[in-house]
Every structure is written in C-alpha cells, then in structure tokens.
Design a protein around this ligand. Structure first.
Ligand code: ADP
Ligand code: ZN
Ligand code: ZN
Length: 736
C-alpha cells in the first residue's frame, strides 16, 4: 500500500545544494499534490522564511520527530506554472547552482519576502461633476491647474502614470482635494475583443522575408535561427509571427540584450500592437517589476519584452519566444546563477512545446553548429529591407602613418566629406576614458592599479585615474612618483580623447559621445537619439554601446578606429567576438536610403581572418572559425566548464583547484573524451586584490561533464575552506 504523501520538499534561499523536508500542517486535509509551486512560510533555523514547495514525498531521510511543519501556505494556487518550475529545477542542476537561491532570486522582491500578489488594477483620473462644471475663467491665475482640467475635459480619463508624467503630484493632489478631479480604479482584464491585436498595419514583406515567414511553423516546438544581415527586416518577421500568436490568444516573450540602448524596439512593438505590453529590465523599481511580472503571470500582458532575467517570467498562456541578437554576451549571467538566457529560452520552448526564434546578423558559433546538427533550422535574409544598400568596406593601413591621436588623415578626410554632404558619422572605439595608460617620459614608470594586473585609465573630464577592473580611483599624480619628473604622458586613445580630437577638427558640428561614462546621465541617450534623428550632420563616437540595436538612418560613414585589439587577445572566443562586433558596427551605417561606407583602421591589414570577414562576410568567417574550433577541439565541439577560485593568497586559490582536480580525477579519470586543464592563472591573474585561478574541464559529451560535476560539487562543498577563498563553477563559460 502506498504511504500517504506527507512530506513537502521545499526550496529555500540558501547556499546549500539541497531541498529541505517539512511535514504538512497537521490539519492539512487537501490533495497534497496540489501544493507543488505554492509559497510557504516555514521555520528555518531560528527564523521564519519564505520557501516554495518543489515536490512532495511519502518519506524523508530526516527522523520524523525532527521534522518541522509548514506554518502557512502563502499562495492558494501555484505561483509558477509547472513547466517553469521544472525549468528551474533543470537549470539549477545544469548550472550547479542551489535551486532555492535560483528560484527565490528570480521573484520580485515583495514575493520573495512572502507578500501576496498585487491586485492588478489601473488608476485613472477624471473630472468630477464639479470639475466639469467649472467656469472657463476660474483658475486663470493657475495655468498648470487649468491645463490639467482642460486635458481631462478633452480626454475624459487619463492613466495615473501618464498624468503624473505631465503634471506634478502636488498639482494632482491639490485638484483632488478641491474635488475637481477624482481617481478611478479599474481592474485589468484581458481585452474583451480578442480580434483587436493590431494598431497599425504590417509592412508588405519582401520575397525573402515571405519565404522565411512561410517556413516558420508556429504551432509547436521548433527552434528557428533567423540569420539576417543588419537591416534585413528580422524585426518585421518577429512582429508578424507575434501577430499570429496573439490572434490565437497566446502570449509572447521577447528577449533583447539591453533595453536602454534600444528604446526603438519597445516603441515599434507598442506602435504595432494594441495589446497590453510589459517591459522587464533592471532599471525598474521593485513595485514596477512586481506589477509587470504579475501582469505577465495572470495572462493580462500579452507581450513581455525583457532582458536576460525575463526568461524566468511566468506566462499563463505562452505561445512564442523570440531572442533577438542571440549571440549577445549579456544573455549569460556572469556571477551567481551563471545561466544562459538564450539556452534556457530554447529549453523552455521545448518544455512548453512552443516555437522559438533566435535572431541575429552574426549568430554565435554555438547556434550555427546547432543548425549544422539539425537541432535548429536556419532561415536566411541576405538583403537589406526597403531601399537600404549594403555597406562598402575599406581598410585604412595604420602602419607608418603619423596618427598622433589615433585617427588617420584618410579617415579625417572621409569624415569631412560626409559632414559636408550633411550626413552623419559614427566613430567606434571600444575603450572609454581619455587614455589607457599614463607613463613617465623620463624613467618609464607606468600608472598601474594597486590591486589588479592592469593599468589605470586616465579620465580627463573627471580628472581621475580609474581602474576599469576594480573601479579604484585616484587623482592623477602631478609628477612621476618614481623619479619626480613632471613629464608624465597620457598614451593611447580612449573615446574621450577621440571626442576631443574630433571636436577640435570639426568645431562647427556636434560630437556626441556614447559610453558608460556619458550615458549615466538620465535622458542623455534620448538626447543623442533625438539629435541623430533630427538629421543634422553630427559625429557619434562611442564604445560597443553604439554597435547595438539602434538604427541611425542618416549615418553614412562608420569609422572603426582600432580593429587590432580583437586580433591579439589570447581568449579563443576573441575572433568570434571581433567579427560580430565589426559586422554590427558596420551595420549601423547606410540603414536609410543612403549608401554606407565603413573605414577600418588597423596595423594588420593583411590579417587573414580580417580579410576573410571583409571580403566574404560573417558567414564565411564564422564557417572558418568553426573549422578551427573543430580541429582544436574547442566549444561548440566540446563542452566546457570552469571552476574558478580566488583569494588574497595566490597559493590558497591554486591549492583549492589542485585538490578539485584530484577529486575530479578520482571521479572520472582523464581521457581523450574528458580533459582537465590547470589550475592556471586567470587571464588577469590579480583583480581587486585577489588572485584568480581557473581549472578547465572539457568533455566530448554534455552528459559526462554533467555527471562529473554533479558528483564533484558535494566534494568541493565539503572541502575545509581557506579563509577568504571564493570559488564557483561556470558551465558553458563564455569568459575565460
Ligand atoms: P533587422 O531587425 O534585421 O535589423 P528591421 O526589421 O529593423 O531589420 O528592418 C530594418 C528597416 O527596414 C526598418 O526601418 C524596417 O521598418 C524596414 N523594413 C523591414 N521590412 C520591410 C519591408 N518588408 N518593407 C519595407 N521596409 C521594411
Ligand atoms: Zn619617472
Ligand atoms: Zn584595479
């Protein structure tokens, strides 16, 4: 006879890789299987904490008298749909991260604390009878109040947030107190007219787009790689697929790398569709996030647009996932729960049996390989949509050129011609600050970070030396600390210096710098977009922030100031990243009617990889990289996990990994199918005062790597810890 299910296995935020067993409350008399996915309050050590029931069982390894009981059920229905809970369970195992932490960290903070779901309501303002009958000349001396009354008279009702964006809260509450306006709370309900999906009509697709569209089958799981050059109209295909899914009454999850850089994406979705849309990203307040999350969960929000962590948003009726710029590194979380949102998106779609579209002009080698294996299906868009033409590349040989500020005279001449035609220029340099090194002309002293193996970058605007790895900041020394010579020179170029150089050369045009330093000012990006869109001739200079997403219709020249750094890195992915970045930057040009030109400054004009990219494009370039990876047995042909350790004491970090390697070797002996490399110092050995070491594990089969890690983690957890030692495991690591 089966024993009754009386044990709940509960996920609690805790570094322990385990679920915790609790008894059901004594007075529980429902169906125990119905409690999976509910949040509960349970006693944990000496506190009460919020957990989530992950499974139920008929017995526990813990003695019965030691088991404590669930105190209360916080939810009356599962907070997460079962398929999403299963995805969490799978992901926590796969990425070797504690399930409780993974689950609870993903929840909006109020829910993590144990609060109930918010009521999904919207607040509107309207005129009271008194407000409606207000004589036209009253409030003549209070024009803002009058304007608010007039707005409501005209629009009948205005949503609270919208109103507050135009009028101060003080004015709103003043008029409320005078009973001229009143708030109205409306429950959000799914729009009653399911047919009302579009706000504007879709574009007529090109033949190529139509072929891709016809191939995409939206009824069940399939992973499509929409491989289309920049500007080929991928977004239009997402929009038309989404339209179909919305008509079927289902929801769509769209992941994009970064929202602040691509306000156009949100705008395009909002302009196209008449359905409720929520946006999820790190810039939201706790309250906004809770509301957006809840509207997605309830099914009210039909489109969920978000960055990496949005992959964990519950959806009542999911119908499609889109991952734009699927190669983007920001989809991989770099600390804590080191998941890949792109890979989880594919996993989620498979579990929910819905289609997924990965879009890119420069797909990752992983995704291209998955196409070769037949797991994903590639759809190509080889032409730019509308009237835009492909850009014309040109190499500027920097060898033996006098280029004191890193900009060749050919490049300056091309910029000048472009501006003279009243067109716009984009200058790309992936290095912020003024100069990446400060050195002494007399003795050769170099300003280095005290805590990292790195040089300090000079930021002139802020008058600081800043370490870009640990953010340490110092005032620049007035003289050489070593020989007291006053002859300190800032060498090399960052965006700040190039901005200055360009502004000197072209004093009559606006030079707009876009990097992490300038974009911290609120509204700055919008100002840049507005200027660019106004069409005035201008120069945009920036880091990779400029490479992403945004269309600049009037940019006809792109100048890449330094193509060399990507060619020299020891990271095996550097070539892939360089190819993607250069192709993307180039894609910013000539998006409108005007033809584009790309200048690429390099000291290695004959570099074979660079030439392949320039002459035959990203596709041929990527195929060759894949060939190399295959020969060298690197990802995606092998699966990679890194165990990292860092400590103020280099030996402690190294020793820990030595023991990890021994333990791993005992669990699975090294073989041609499973290799251990290291421990080796990380590419930057010392960072923020800690020495960093890496043990690399490579396997032919995902499963053998997984089996090993599953057994290895508990062994490492049990290691007596050196003080100040931190370690982590990174499955499918992107950064070495
Ligand atoms: P991608 O996402 O591939 O970079 P987009 O979808 O943003 O490309 O399209 C680039 C530009 O081309 C946009 O301005 C878009 O409005 C336009 N466009 C896309 N498809 C069509 C079409 N079928 N007809 C006319 N213009 C189009
Ligand atoms: Zn000196
Ligand atoms: Zn530092």
């Amino acid at each position: 006879m089966d024993r009754p299910l009386t044990i709940a296995k509960i996920a609690i935020a805790s570094p322990l890789r385990t679920l915790f067993d609790y008894r059901l409350p004594d007075d529980f008399n429902g169906d125990a299987s119905g409690i999976v996915g509910l949040r509960v309050a349970v006693p944990f050590r000496r506190r009460q904490v919020t957990g989530m029931v992950v499974a139920i069982a008929d017995q526990s390894a813990v003695a019965n008298e030691k088991l404590r009981a669930i105190e209360t059920f916080i939810d009356c229905e599962p907070l997460l749909p079962p398929a999403l809970l299963e995805l969490f369970i799978w992901a926590a195992q796969y990425y070797q991260y504690p399930l409780g932490d993974a689950l609870l960290q993903s929840l909006p903070s109020a829910l993590r604390r144990g609060d109930g779901l918010p009521e999904l309501q919207q607040k509107y303002w309207l005129l009271t009878d008194k407000g409606m009958n207000l004589a036209p000349n009253t409030l003549r001396n209070a024009p803002r109040q009058r304007a608010l009354i007039d707005l409501l008279a005209d629009q009948q009702r205005v949503e609270d947030k919208l109103l507050a964006s135009q009028f101060s809260r003080a004015i709103i509450s003043l008029l409320e107190n005078r009973q001229l306006i009143a708030a109205q709370i409306v429950n959000c309900e799914p729009p009653s007219d399911a047919g009302m999906v579009l706000r504007e009509s879709p574009l007529a697709l090109s033949d190529e787009q139509q072929r891709a569209m016809n191939a995409i089958e939206l009824r069940r799981f399939n992973c499509w790689l929409l491989y289309g050059v920049t500007g080929s109209g991928k977004t239009e295909i997402y929009l038309q697929c989404i339209e179909q899914v919305l008509h079927a009454g289902r929801q769509v999850l769209v992941l994009i790398p970064e929202i602040s850089l691509t306000p156009q994406t949100e705008q395009r979705f909002a302009e196209r569709f008449a359905v409720p849309l929520v946006v999820l990203h790190s810039g939201l307040s706790d309250k906004q996030r809770l509301l957006a999350w809840s509207r997605a969960r309830s099914g009210e929000a039909k489109i969920v647009l978000g960055t990496r962590s949005a992959i964990f948003t519950p959806l009542a009726a999911s119908g499609l996932i889109v991952v734009d710029e699927e190669q983007d590194g920001s989809y991989k979380q770099q600390d804590g729960f080191r998941y890949s949102a792109r890979d989880l998106a594919v996993m989620r779609a498979r579990r929910e049996d819905i289609p997924i579209i990965l879009g890119s002009a420069t797909p990752s080698l992983e995704s291209l390989h998955n196409c070769d294996l037949g797991r994903y299906r590639a759809l190509y868009l080889n032409n730019r949509a509308g009237l835009a033409k492909p850009a014309d590349w040109q190499v500027v040989d920097m060898r033996n050129q006098a280029t004191p500020e890193g900009i060749a005279s050919d490049t300056l001449a091309a910029i000048e011609q472009t501006l003279a035609r009243s067109e716009q220029v984009l200058v790309f340099l992936n290095r912020r600050g003024f100069a990446p090194a400060v050195l002494c002309h007399s003795c050769g002293w170099v300003a280095e970070c005290r805590d990292c193996d790195a040089r300090m970058t000079l930021h002139r605007g802020r008058n600081r030396l800043i370490c870009h790895h640990c953010d340490q900041q110092l005032p620049p020394p007035p003289q050489c600390p070593s020989c007291k010579s006053p002859q300190l020179v800032a060498t090399g170029e960052g965006t700040e210096r190039s901005e200055m150089r360009l502004q000197q050369q072209f004093p009559q045009v606006q030079v707009l710098r876009v990097d992490r330093d300038t974009t911290q000012k609120r509204g700055y990006m919008q100002q840049v977009f507005n200027t660019a869109e106004s069409g005035v001739p201008c120069i945009l200079i920036g880091t990779q922030m400029l490479a992403k997403g945004h269309h600049f219709d009037r940019v006809t020249l792109v100048a890449i100031l330094d193509a060399d750094s990507g060619l020299l890195s020891p990271d095996f992915r550097a070539g892939e990243r360089m190819g993607q970045l250069l192709t993307q930057v180039a894609g910013r040009s000539g998006r409108g009617r005007l033809a584009g030109r790309v200048l690429l400054q390099t000291h290695q004009p004959d570099h074979p990889a660079l030439n392949l990219l320039l002459e035959r494009g990203y596709r041929a370039f990527a195929e060759q990289l894949l060939e190399h990876r295959k020969i060298q047995q690197l990802p995606p042909y092998r699966h990679l996990a890194l165990i990292r350790a860092e400590s103020g004491n280099a030996q402690h970090a190294e020793q820990f990994l030595r023991r990890a390697r021994e333990a791993a070797g005992q669990l699975a002996a090294p073989s041609p199918k499973l290799a251990y490399l290291g421990p080796l110092p990380a590419l930057m050995e010392r960072r923020a005062g800690r020495y960093r070491y890496v043990l690399r594990i490579e396997a032919d089969q995902r499963s053998s790597l997984q089996n090993l890690l599953r057994c290895l983690m508990p062994v490492l957890d049990r290691q007596p810890q050196q003080r100040h030692l931190r370690w982590s495991v990174d499955v499918d690591a992107l950064e070495l």
